[in-house]
Design a protein around this ligand. Structure first.
Ligand code: HEM
Length: 340
């Protein structure tokens, strides 16, 4: 009798509506992440600080492991991410080893989810809101992200991971799915959104370079970071800027994460096989960016390092101190780097 009661009680406790906690309102951290990385830090926040300040690399090309035969999710939060990784590899890779349309869309998706934030907002950031049901996907700036959103929602439903984590994990997975892409250090443990991200925080392709630089500065990125970040257009196509040229790649090698983009963007006359975004053209020759742009031409390790550092900042936009403290490093679950 005593034993029976012991078994039944926890079940009642778990299923009883009286004990259900209301959905806690998610608030994005006000201010830049740098303000949250001061004083005595736990190892995770110290490691993030070291990367953001350039003491340590954000690229972890060598940290690879396969899922242990016995992987207990209660002990190791990364267990499920090994399975997510296997699934995403199937979705993001072509048979020739290059990354595909779903991968490039996932790279953009991670940015559009996290980037809808700045230091003065208390909503948005890397919170999964773009994947959730808050209507963000219907905003014009998110045109083209519908299919990958559905793909990611399928993955979320299958593995029951957080939306916020999945958006950033998929970005990092897509990057390494492209030959030559960096293996960006990857944490999980973010809180999911409880509402839509603010509007007007994502870049407009027709805006001036000064405005674009200022927009990214409000998120904590330098002009140098922006030069590295727009390099993601190395693995990109356009469909909506000029619909008569829909499907044209933004560089000559869209299935590979290489520095051709930096070279291709500068060419005059422009290569007719590619589409150079007006924003990329203007940024490439802007005095605050041009020198860095030239340095990336022909220097893959330099770009990969700078991209990883800047994207780690992106993947943590709006994340609070409490969330930062609970993050778990699951970089080891990502696939290994390929060069072709
Ligand atoms: C000045 C900043 C930026 C502007 C103005 C911009 C604008 C655009 C535009 C207009 C497209 C084409 C959309 C279409 O017509 O289908 C695009 C595609 C893309 N963007 Fe950006 N972007 C910026 C920064 C970034 C950043 C920071 C990332 C990633 C970290 C990124 C990743 C991508 C990717 C991967 C694609 C290709 C998507 C696909 O092929 O499905 N962009 N971007």
């Amino acid at each position: 009798m005593f034993h029976k009661a012991l078994l039944v009680l926890p079940l009642i406790f778990l299923s009883s509506p009286t004990f259900a906690t209301p959905l806690e309102q998610r608030e994005a951290a006000p201010g830049l992440i740098d303000g949250l990385l001061t004083g005595i830090l736990d190892p995770i926040r110290q490691s993030i600080k070291d990367i953001l300040t350039g003491v340590k690399s954000g690229v972890a090309d060598g940290e690879i492991s396969s899922k242990p035969l016995l992987c207990l999710s209660t002990v190791d939060k990364c267990c499920v991410w090994y399975d997510v990784s296997t699934e995403l590899t199937k979705r993001f890779k072509e048979t020739n080893g290059q990354c595909n349309d779903a991968a490039r869309a996932a790279i953009r998706f991670g940015f559009h989810d996290a980037g809808a934030w700045d230091k003065d907002t208390t909503t948005g950031g890397a919170d999964g809101s773009l994947m959730m049901d808050f209507g963000e996907i219907d905003r014009p700036e998110n045109n083209g992200l519908q299919s990958v959103r559905l793909l990611l929602r399928e993955v979320q439903a299958k593995f029951k991971v957080g939306y916020a984590d999945l958006a950033q994990y998929a970005h990092n997975h897509a990057t390494i799915s492209c030959p030559k892409g960096p293996r960006i250090r990857t944490w999980v443990g973010r809180k999911d959104a409880t509402g839509a991200a603010p509007t007007g925080k994502l870049p407009d392709v027709h805006d001036s370079p000064d405005n674009l630089i200022a927009l990214f500065e409000r998120k904590g990125f330098s002009a140098h970071d922006l030069a590295a970040l727009v390099g993601a257009h190395a693995a990109a196509k356009q469909r909506f800027v000029d619909t008569s040229q829909a499907g044209k790649p933004l560089d000559t090698t869209p299935g590979v994460w290489d520095v051709e983009f930096y070279n291709d963007t500068l060419q005059e006359p422009q290569n007719p096989d590619i589409f150079v975004l007006p924003s990329d053209k203007k940024l490439s020759v802007h005095p605050k960016i041009h020198d860095e742009w030239l340095e990336f031409v022909g220097d893959q390790p330099h770009w990969n390092e700078d991209y990883a550092k800047a994207y780690i900042r992106m993947s943590l936009l709006g994340v609070t101190t409490a969330e930062l403290k609970g993050l778990k490093d699951c970089t080891r679950t990502l696939p290994k780097k390929t060069n072709k």
